[in-house]
Write a protein of this length. Structure first.
Length: 164
């Protein structure tokens, strides 16, 4: 008997800022990355379309979540900078203006929540590549058949986790 499952691969790249709140070295400072999220989707080939999972459909579903992180700032819960940044954004009118930006729905999950009007995501855990793999899986697992997630924040920093 042959295994009829195939893996389709969806890749998204986006820019974000974050910091490691309790890290003793330079990453404690607010800094930015070009993140690359790679999602491996495992499914059987549809005899009509010939796809295991259409990549355009996978990108669309993944981007519904990942757009929250694009040009966003990720704070760990309890970071004293969070309230300060929100206050500055409010005072200076820095927001996700619906006339000029894609409107975002609020993330409300046990691992993260968001302030979509300011493009801010607050995570329960530090935003390492490992924890972001877990977060993206949790936010996307009901939308697509995820086999594996890899997240890279640079050419030197990456993590990967298989699921199921």
């Amino acid at each position: 008997m042959t295994d009829n499952k195939y893996t389709s691969i969806v890749r998204l790249d986006f820019q974000y800022a974050h910091r490691f709140m309790n890290w003793p070295r330079e990453a404690k400072h607010l800094h930015g990355h070009s993140g690359l999220l790679e999602i491996e989707l495992e499914d059987v080939v549809d005899p009509v379309t010939g796809f295991a999972h259409p990549c355009k459909e996978g990108v669309k579903k993944a981007w519904e979540v990942c757009d929250h992180f694009h040009h966003a700032t990720i704070f760990q819960e309890g970071d004293p900078l969070l309230d300060a940044v929100i206050e500055v954004y409010k005072n200076h009118g820095i927001n996700n203006d619906p006339e000029n930006c894609v409107p975002l729905k609020k993330i409300d999950h046990p691992l993260a929540y968001s302030y979509p009007e300011y493009r801010i995501v607050v995570t329960k855990k530090v935003s390492t590549c490992e924890n972001l793999c877990e977060l993206f899986y949790e936010l996307l697992k009901d939308k697509m058949p995820i086999k594996k997630i890899t997240f890279r924040s640079s050419s030197m920093n990456a993590a990967s986790k298989e699921f199921k």
